[in-house]
Design a binder for this molecule. Structure first.
Ligand code: GLC
Ligand code: CA
Length: 546
């Protein structure tokens, strides 16, 4: 029953959810499949080459057809444009490029009619340098707004050794010589959460959007916000470590005070039925990540281990088992992620071309079998590879701040191919060029083509979502993970039924003993004979046990 929505908790004047479920069912977010919409690249409604709310609204029937439960939209706020919208100028408005507040309301209303929930992105660690607070603080060091950021008096050297995650020092100078802190780009000054006005203002923002019917927020950099009060040096230097930040970054991340913020935000959400908070918590220690999802804090924290795992059974088994254990200890569901707007597309991560695609298809079945919620990044359901974006078209500050050493994230942010025309149907006919160039060969990945092809990756996702919705063992319930050589098995049980997801990560066909029914396979060549299922390399199956 994972894909069902719980019974209406509707604001006045709104229609109930179209897919109500029995009241005793667990909260919707615990097992939701959340589709991540990179707004700028999803669908352009007005022809300026930039995705927008009207474009997204027009494509909602596609998401409903696909069968997801909710969408999370990357930031839609007025922005300085320095980091794909993560430099917010006004948290209670909409960037004119995307529409206006009434478009968000219309989106929420249309989505509701289709049984889809809308989750927004909120960015509390930093604002844009064009935010009125920062502007006031720049103009006058004694303005009350100055204490809402981290400023330090003029000096030869920056106050400490902190580094920006995008490269270079985390301190820049103001025109009058002061230092200010930015753990990301210089256009993203970090807020000082020890100033109570900051906390008050964000609670206003949450209510502003919750009052408009949104179902919650994805919380950007939820492991940030507070810094060491004495601004002491970090013990180690930053490197994009495999699983997130650890003790080497102890002064900039994961300060104990941040948990109180999530407790307050949780109590705000508790005033609005069926809403949720999902945090981005990039910490190496999964037990620390799970603490953010204790029962009175964020409802969930995204689990990025799968996203960072190599295509081999020990890595995947460890990623799954450790997340189940860590989140299980705090009673939170795991929120599984295989792709997002910050990482290379999985088809490419898994080796590219046909092999990468076969693995990505198998990984989709794995993702959608696991207990908890699943986050599907727009375009992954089309099997999009990482796009080649020429340097002159790049936009990501990571590329520029690393002097071109790091490729940046543009390649996973290229607009969606909707049809097989030259412009791939991203914009209306005769529109401006898309904001990032779409590779010509992407026409073959177009939604219009894949909807006509029952063997497409798009159909695989759709079927998997439908099967998941029918089988309580998938998405809800419990799971154990095991490996045998190159074969990974996740045994999922729910309401007395068991479904096994078996993935062959090796190079030879594997034989899986089973008397059950094969519910779905990720690729061709799966067949059953004499109580065994033949599983070709880079293929997954769901088997319902008798
Ligand atoms: C998060 C976002 C990323 C952004 C950063 C700074 O990691 O996912 O896209 O650049 O925060 O806001
Ligand atoms: Ca547009």
């Amino acid at each position: 029953m994972s894909a069902r929505l719980v019974a209406a908790g509707t604001a006045a004047g709104q229609q109930p959810w179209s897919r109500p479920a029995p009241a005793q069912e667990q909260p919707w977010w615990r097992s939701a499949v959340v589709y991540q919409v990179y707004l700028r690249s999803f669908a352009d409604g007005n022809g300026d080459g930039i995705g927008d709310l009207a474009g997204l609204r027009a494509r909602l029937p596609y998401l409903s057809w696909l069968g997801v439960d909710a969408l999370w939209i990357n930031p839609h706020y007025p922005s300085g444009g320095a980091d794909g919208g993560y430099d917010v100028v006004d948290y209670r408005a909409v960037d004119p490029e995307y529409g206006d507040v009434s478009d968000v309301e219309a989106l929420v209303a249309d989505a509701r009619q289709l049984g889809l929930r809308v989750v927004l992105d909120v960015v509390p660690n930093h604002t844009s340098d064009r935010h009125p607070w920062f502007q006031a603080a720049l103009a006058d060091p004694d303005a009350p707004e100055a204490s809402r950021y981290h400023f330090a008096p003029p000096s030869e050297e920056p106050p400490n050794n902190w580094r920006s995650l995008f490269g270079g020092p985390a301190w820049s100078r103001t025109p009058d010589g002061r230092w200010y802190l930015h753990l990301f780009a210089p256009e993203q000054p970090d807020l000082n959460w020890r100033d109570p006005v900051v906390a008050e203002d964000f609670e206003r923002t949450l209510r502003f959007w919750l009052d408009r019917g949104v179902s919650g927020f994805r919380v950007d950099v939820a492991y940030g916000l507070y810094k060491d009060p004495e601004l002491r040096d970090n013990p180690g230097s930053y490197s994009p470590t495999l699983f997130g930040h650890g003790p080497e970054q102890a002064m900039t991340w994961n300060q104990p005070e941040v948990h109180d913020v999530w407790r307050r935000w949780r109590s705000v959400c508790d005033e609005y039925p069926d809403t949720m908070l999902v945090g981005e918590v990039c910490l190496a220690d999964l037990d620390e990540v799970a603490l953010y999802s204790r029962p009175d804090e964020l409802h969930q924290s995204l689990s990025f281990r799968l996203l960072k795992s190599r295509w081999e059974t020990p890595a995947f088994a460890e990623a799954i088992g450790s997340a189940l254990d860590a989140f299980g200890r705090v009673g939170a569901p795991v929120s599984w992620v295989l792709g997002n707007h910050d990482k290379d597309r999985m088809v490419s991560r898994f080796g590219g071309s046909e092999t990468g695609l076969a693995r990505a298809r198998a990984a989709a079945l794995l993702l959608l079998s696991l207990p908890g919620s699943a986050y599907v990044y727009a375009g992954d359901e089309l099997g999009l590879p990482q796009a080649h974006v020429p340097d002159e078209a790049k936009q990501d500050p990571i590329f520029f701040r690393s002097g071109g050493e790091r490729a940046g994230r543009d390649g996973c942010r290229v607009p969606m191919p909707w049809n097989a025309t030259a412009g791939v149907g991203f914009s209306p006919a005769g529109a401006a060029k898309p904001w990032l160039p779409v590779p010509a060969e992407w026409r073959r990945h177009a939604v219009s083509r894949q909807t006509r092809d029952s063997g497409s990756v798009l159909h695989l996702y759709r079927e998997a979502l439908a099967v998941r919705a029918e089988h309580p063992a998938l998405g809800t319930g419990e799971a154990t993970v095991s490996t045998r050589g190159d074969v990974l098995t996740v045994r999922c049980t729910g309401q007395g039924r068991t479904v096994r997801c078996v993935v062959n990560m090796g190079t030879d066909t594997a034989w899986v003993r089973s008397r059950g029914e094969v519910l779905l396979e990720s690729g061709p060549g799966v067949h059953t004979s004499a109580g065994s299922v033949a599983l070709p390399p880079d293929t997954a199956v769901w088997i319902a046990e008798d």
